[in-house]
Design a protein around this ligand. Sequence first.
Ligand code: CA
Length: 238
Amino acid sequence: MTGQADSRLNGAGSQDTMRVLLVEDNRSIGEAIHAHASGDDHAVDWAQDLATARDLLAVASYDLVLLDLGLPDGCGIDLLRALRRKGEAVPVVILSAQDQIASRIEALNDGADDYLTKPFDLAELSARIAAVARRYAGQPVTEQVFGHLRIDATNRQVMLDGESVDLSSREWAVLLRLTQRPGAVVAKSEIEEALYAFGAEVESNTVEVYVSRLRKKLGRDVIRTLRGVGYQVSRETD
Ligand code: CA
């Protein structure tokens, strides 16, 4: 099974193996989706509530999230919002009931990629998963190199001269904002926004504090200050 999945990884076939997080509390629907998507050679983790989904998302990197809305400990939209606030671009397909049209529109506005209305045909599910995979296949690799620094946004990893560097989630949010448009100058207000998203208290010197922490961990020259304009991470960092 694994060998078969691996052989498809680099193939130009219509179906690529994806790591899928299924968030669904209905046992029979969950079992059916799990069995069907696994049969399509996707690696599926199944969470039956939001807390489990959050735990899994914290430790693993997924290619796709299939997200039910009505869950025992809250609404799937809250999980979607939290992901997008953190800048996570993982594709999210909403699994909604017929009577959840308002929630579905809300979810699409909040950054969901697609939705399926229950009850849905499992072949339809396969088609939607494949469509999302195709849409994201053209995405650039999320690993960036800035001099001695290597940033892997997908796996949330920062390497300095080959050594892994631990960043707090807020430091990570600031670094991600600084590097999302390579070479661009990022205004202080943009970094403040990234910090607000984490519920940080943003004082007048907060951005400077985080930039200074990042410089301590990553090297003084990594982030340039352009007075009165903003900050820049240059590819020529040496
Ligand atoms: Ca449900």
